[in-house]
Design a protein around this ligand. Structure first.
Ligand code: ZN
Length: 265
């Protein structure tokens, strides 16, 4: 059984198997100034690039890894999942210009690669297939969730002959059902895809609270991932201002946390 632990102010970690190293950073322990204080990991939010670079170096050091092993995805709120290999090392690490384009999901079999993505409310989905030495990371905001980025990842793995029952999932800190209000337009897309199983709670006329953790969990279970293999951190980014940036709470003016996963060598 996997679990989420928070023993260091700078990150929360997903304890999967001994072979996997997966962390989700908090906003603490970096060098960026307000409103990106302090551990902002995104080059795309008007923060000083030199500060972001220094923050990324710090995080890779925390993981005991080298920044040139990092591979980042462009993240376009779609559902494309791709494989990162040796030749992708350092792509997106020191500039977002060469991040793997058009992808919201990354998978790798390479133990010298660290997969990374930025988050500030969207759901980070960490993935491990211990029997095949594969790790993965998905970016699932409401768009990615309803477009099925989680199903796309399972499909990619099935194409490699992997049984979904072998997949372990960690759903990390993101905006929770306590804080994520959506309008009828967003809600309808979830009703269309998930029917009456859509995890929406009515909240006033034409508004709902959306549970992105449950939506992703349910889709993954439908795709064949055992319920006992899905571990949700239940940490809401909007509720914990001291720990996390939140795009919704901060009205877009904030930094990004990072999700990172690699295999232990
Ligand atoms: Zn909340």
């Amino acid at each position: 059984m996997t679990q989420w632990v928070h023993t260091d102010a700078r990150f929360v970690s997903w304890e999967a198997t001994a072979d996997v190293h997966a962390i989700f950073t908090t906003r603490q322990g970096g060098v960026s100034a307000s409103p990106f204080d302090t551990l902002n990991l995104s080059f795309n939010v008007m923060d000083l690039p030199t500060d972001v670079t220094q923050n990324r170096y710090r995080v890779m050091e925390m993981m005991g890894r080298n920044i040139f092993q990092l591979v980042m995805a462009e993240q376009v709120h779609q559902n494309k999942v791709g494989w990162a290999s040796d030749i992708d090392a350092s792509k997106g690490a020191l500039t977002s210009a060469d991040a793997l384009s058009g992808l919201d999901g990354l998978l790798t079999r390479h133990s010298d690669i660290v997969l990374g993505m930025g988050f500030a409310d969207c759901v980070p989905i960490f993935l491990s297939v211990p029997s095949h030495n594969i790790v993965g990371l998905l970016h699932a905001g409401w768009r990615g969730t309803v477009k099925g980025v989680q199903l796309a990842a399972v499909e990619q793995l099935k194409e490699q002959g992997i049984d979904p029952r072998e997949i372990e999932i960690g759903i990390g800190p993101s905006i929770g059902p306590c804080c994520y209000e959506v309008d009828g337009k967003v809600a309808n897309q979830f009703f269309q895809v998930m029917g009456n199983k859509a995890p929406l709670t009515p909240h006033g006329e034409g508004h709902y609270f959306l549970d992105l953790w449950e939506a992703n969990r349910r889709q993954l279970v439908l795709a064949g991932v055992p319920e006992t293999h899905i571990d949700i951190s239940h940490l809401c980014t909007a509720c914990h201002e001291d720990q996390f940036f939140s795009y919704r709470r901060d009205q877009g003016k904030c930094g990004r946390m990072g999700g990172f996963i690699c295999m232990n060598r």
